[in-house]
Every structure is written in C-alpha cells, then in structure tokens.
Design a protein around this ligand. Structure first.
Ligand SMILES: *Cc1c(COP(=O)(O)O)cnc(C)c1O
Length: 375
C-alpha cells in the first residue's frame, strides 16, 4: 500500500542521532538549545520552545496565553481534534467558527461574529499547509481582548507575503509527527513574537521549576534548592530527537521543493475535470503543502476513497468537523453548525503527499482518479 504520508530519513539524519547517542547528553543538553535556535531562526521569532508533540505544543501555548475556566477560544472545525481539545482540557469553552470555502482556513468574518468579551484566543489552522489570513484574524482578535494562535502543524517552511510561518501570529505551534513536513518521531514546538509567552511556555514545559537565584523566593535555602512558582508538566523533547529535528530542518527547503513539484503534478494531471475541485493558493501565500486536499463534488467521495484504497493507494480524509466527535457532541454542539466545514468534509480526500513520493506513483494516482470519474 502506497502511504498517504511518510517520513524522509537519510544518512545525515541517522548520523545526527548517532552523534548524540555517543555523547553525554540524552536530554536537556546542547542539541535542545541548538534545535530551538534553529526553529527561532527559520520562523523569524525571538524564541522557540521544543516539546514532545504538536498536541503538547497546543497545550503549552494555551496555558502560556492564560487560557482557563471562563475563557472562550474561537477555532475552526476543520482540524485535528487537538486544536480544540487542548483548550478544553484547560477548562475553556470552545466556539467553532466556519471556514473559507477556498482554503479551508478560518474565516475572519465568521470569527468576528463569534467574538465576545470572554474571547481570549482565536486559534487558526494552516489547513493542508496554506497559511491563515493572519492579518485579518489578528485584527479581529486584537479588536477584542484576544490573541491569535496559529496551529502550524501542517505548514512549517511556508510563508505569507514574504514572512515565514511562525512570525505571522502572536503564537505559533508546530508538530513533528512522521507524516508532517519534517519529523522528530514525536515532537512539536511553540514559537512566539512575545517574550513573556515564550517564558511561560518554557516554564510550563518544564514543570514550572525555577532555579535562577535571582528569582527564587528562598535563595538561601541551599545550593540544591529549586522551586515551583506556577504549575506545569514535563513536555521536554530529548536531545536525541532534537538532533534529528535540526538535521531535518537542514533539509526543509528540499522537502518544500519536492512537495511543490508533487502539488504541481497533481494540479496538472487533475485539471479540467468538472467533478473535481483542486486546492487553491491565495495571492501572497507560499504554502508548504503538507496535504493534497482534493474535493470531489459529485457525492462519491466514499466510493473514490474505497476505490483508491482497494487499488493500493493510501488516502485520508482531513477532517471530521471537530464538534462531531462524541466528546463535543455530548456537550451539546450541534451537527451542521459550520456548514462550509461540513461541505468541505463531505467532499475532501487527501492524496498521497510526502517528499520521497515518486512521479511514477503520482501519475498512477492521477490515472486511477481520472479513470474513476470517467475523464
Ligand atoms: C498533527 C496535528 C496536531 C497534533 O500534533 P501531534 O504531534 O500529532 O500531537 C495538531 N494540529 C493539527 C492541525 C495537526 O495536523
């Protein structure tokens, strides 16, 4: 079975990991600092905090933004559940706003209509790798008492109007799961333009432990002494995985070029078919295509999915509207509340997309789809 997503690991990645294993630091060592510096550099932010997953990154980011009981978080339904559920576990109320039909990204007008005095965070997702309309969303959020979070699990390496993903929103989260644009096996990160958010994120990632004598409440307790000033968790990404991350970041431009080429090949091979809608790219956006989200408009998405799987082609559907997960349905969220996201979900099928995918395989997928729709 051709997978829909797959990591790309080469000898330079293996050497980077082996180098750490031969050294003294398995965790909390220099490879962590180096990876965080690399992340801050490519996202043009002043700081980065590595964590153990994209989910942990969202949890840390929401915590660093002060999300808790009484707060409202406005987000998209067309995302992986963690974008919403990480705010829910902190006690916030989730408000789902609808998406734009072209990109699948959060619609600033829908967000504007959903804003209240309790909104603390607007959380957009760079669906499939296409950056959110960050300027419009930030404007809406900042008009109220809210900050903009960008879940960039799909889009590290992309840019909007010449500015890299990571520097577009107040705070941005990444995922380094194997199917994403680069991998550390499990891993993620938070980057931000706001130094206090980075500080709180770093504290939350490390159980809230304080060692700096300048801020200890009891500096004379003894040389062994450390204190917790705010609650946190252990979300530390070890050196072994950070070294893999730095090595993969060195390959990011090559990954992007290959993903661009695959997208262009699908676009060309599937063009001009009435039943199909191909992914769009807005002016000024340079997406890092994590997915190739094809839409089939004739109601046969499931049949196409089963046909491709039966032909040995791994496909996915991204995503079930989040509020249809039983955990949200049980809280009273109604099916159909975001009609544009519902339509998108009904039509969408994600085709194989990863850096090591060959042109031969792309052409086979194109031929299977053309055959299915009779084109
Ligand atoms: C993958 C993903 C996450 C979670 O990342 P993990 O590393 O798997 O925990 C969050 N949001 C989106 C949009 C994702 O695609």
């Amino acid at each position: 079975m051709l997978p829909y997503g797959h990591q790309s690991i080469d000898e330079s990645d293996i050497e980077a990991v082996a180098g750490v294993l031969r050294g003294d630091w398995l965790t909390t060592g220099p490879a962590v600092t180096a990876f965080e510096d690399d992340l801050a550099r490519i996202s043009a932010t002043s700081g980065a905090v590595s964590v153990t997953s994209g989910t942990a990154a969202l949890h840390v980011a929401y915590a660093a933004l002060g999300v808790g009981p009484g707060a409202e978080v406005i987000t998209t339904a067309l995302t992986f559940v963690a974008t919403a559920s990480c705010a829910s576990v902190l006690g916030a109320t989730i408000v789902f706003a609808d998406i734009c039909a072209d990109t699948g990204n959060l619609d600033p007008q829908a967000v504007s209509a959903a804003m209240t005095s309790r909104t603390r965070v607007v959380a957009g997702v760079d669906y499939a790798g296409h950056p959110i309309d960050a300027a419009a969303l930030a404007e809406v959020a900042h008009r109220g008492d809210a900050l903009l979070l960008e879940d960039a699990a799909h889009s590290i390496g992309g840019s909007l109007d010449g500015r890299p993903v990571g520097s577009l929103a107040d705070v941005t989260t990444f995922s380094f799961f194997p199917t994403k644009n680069l991998t550390t096996a499990e891993g993620g990160a938070v980057v931000s333009l706001l130094d206090d958010v980075i500080d709180r994120a770093r504290s939350y990632r490390g159980i809230g432990l304080v060692r700096d004598p300048a801020v200890l409440r009891s500096p004379d307790e003894g040389p062994w002494h450390q204190e917790v000033h705010a609650f946190g968790l252990n979300y530390r990404l070890p050196d072994v995985l950070c070294a893999l991350g730095s090595s993969q970041l060195r390959r990011l431009c090559a990954f992007k070029a290959r993903r661009d080429a695959i997208t262009a090949r699908y676009n060309q091979g599937l063009a001009g078919i009435d039943e199909l809608r191909l992914p769009t790219c807005r002016e000024g956006a340079d997406p890092m295509w994590h997915l190739y989200p094809l839409r089939i408009l004739d109601g046969r998405r499931r049949a196409l999915f089963e046909h491709l799987r039966a032909s040995g082609v791994g496909v996915q559907v991204n995503y079930l509207p989040v509020y249809r997960h039983p955990v949200y349905a049980d809280l009273g969220y109604q099916r159909g509340m975001c009609p544009v996201a519902e339509d998108y979900y009904q039509q969408e099928i994600s085709l194989p997309m990863f850096a090591d995918l060959t042109d031969l395989d792309v052409d086979r997928v194109i031929d299977l789809i053309r055959g299915f729709v009779g084109a």
